[in-house]
Design a protein around this ligand. Structure first.
Ligand code: TTP
Ligand code: MG
Length: 359
């Protein structure tokens, strides 16, 4: 019998900041870009649950978050704290959480900074699997003073949906016999692979829940969704057999920066590019890579038009200087007529390396 667990940390970045700054405990907290008194230009990384009660959430413009926080404050609700966050620290906590999981389960698949799948089939029963999940939650609480939510199910899909079901600090168990009924009342959007666009086009047909979607035959789903249709037919009935992938390797490492003001100041742009290359180089070497072959530079103009240009070398390169040089060559055309004939101002630049190697 297959038993799969999925763990997802609660309000991860925000929970770490609350833990490390006890004076913030219980206050609405947003981790993300500098709000700059409402004029900030980046986005929210995450918000703790009190800040979510104000409508603030991940990926929202920080200026919107600021506006919501101010509106709440004017209604007499507690003021919101904005902090920039420390990604290096979050990466370290993440690695320790994975290590805790490895202590309890032999096969673990890290699936993001704050989530992982783990195989609990060896326990032989859902009761024993639930018991182990409680021990995992307790170990994380004791060693990291953080809460996690865990879902247990017959496959990765059901486990992931279950871990999200009762957040925060939850354990949700879905046995093979319960899986189909567990999914039926959920919004179609909960099924991995159904994004906002598909959700909208289904809503136009009056299809909102998984149960609604089950009206279609596999052939009809094939017509609607193409090759993906038949596997969707299985998924919405709780069937999904992807294996855990344990030898996960990052395919790319990148950094980007939204400038405080749109600009064409070359000296400034080059200094930021230099910093980004430094950070990218630090990060990909920190995870054990030595070389890269592809450099990608992204530019977003003030009107949000966004372009990426890449260069792939035949021979792997290693040095930070080489990376900076290649990135600069890719960026240059955006600063002159070649890629920027109308002289638009630049809002954001990004640098990424791919085809990473350990040689
Ligand atoms: P999530 O697990 O999606 O969110 P969360 O852990 O903050 O909250 P929840 O209790 O709902 O799980 O993402 C994990 C971390 O990844 C989150 O703390 C911050 C970061 N993140 C971003 O930086 N930007 C994003 O758009 C999202 C979704 C997450
Ligand atoms: Mg999370």
């Amino acid at each position: 019998m297959r038993i799969i667990g999925h763990l997802d940390m609660d309000a991860f970045f925000a929970a770490i900041e609350e833990r490390d700054h006890p004076e913030l405990k219980g206050r609405p907290l947003v981790v993300g870009a500098d709000p700059a008194g409402g004029l900030g230009r980046g986005v929210v990384s995450t918000a703790n649950y009190p800040a979510r009660a104000y409508g603030i959430h991940s990926a929202m413009p920080i200026s919107t978050a600021w506006r919501l926080a101010e509106a709440a404050r004017r209604r007499g609700r507690p003021a919101t704290v904005f902090v920039p966050g420390s990604h290096r620290k979050y990466g370290e906590v993440s690695a320790r959480i994975i290590a805790i999981l490895h202590h309890f389960a032999p096969v673990v698949e890290g699936a993001g900074i704050d989530e992982a799948y783990f195989d609990l089939s060896f326990t032989g029963s859902y009761d024993r699997a639930a018991d182990l999940a409680r021990q995992i939650k307790a170990a994380i609480l004791e060693q990291e003073r953080l809460t996690a939510s865990i879902g247990i199910g017959p496959n990765k899909m059901v486990a992931k949906i279950a871990s999200d079901f009762h957040k925060p600090d939850a354990l949700t168990l879905v046995t093979p016999g319960e899986a189909e009924d567990f999914l039926a009342p959920l919004a179609v959007r909960k099924i991995p692979g159904i994004g906002p666009k598909t959700e909208q086009s289904l809503a136009r047909l009056g299809i909102k829940t998984v149960k609604d979607l089950k009206r279609f035959t596999p052939e009809e789903l094939y017509e609607k969704f193409g090759k993906w249709g038949p596997s969707l037919y299985e998924r919405i009935r709780g069937r999904h057999d992807s294996p855990l992938v344990t030898s996960w390797e990052p395919k790319s490492v990148g950094e980007q920066e939204t400038f405080a003001q749109d600009t064409r100041d070359l000296e400034f742009i080059f200094s930021r590019l230099w910093e980004l290359c430094r950070e990218v180089h630090r990060r990909f070497t920190a995870v054990g890579f030595h070389t890269y072959r592809t450099v990608v530079v992204t530019v977003r103009f003030a009107d949000f038009a966004t372009y990426s240009r890449s260069h792939t070398r035949v021979a792997p390169a290693a040095s930070r200087r080489r990376l900076t040089f290649e990135a600069m060559k890719l960026l240059m055309p955006f600063l002159d007529r070649r890629e920027n004939p109308r002289g638009k101002l630049i809002r954001l630049i990004g640098v990424r390396v791919e085809k990473l190697g350990r040689e």
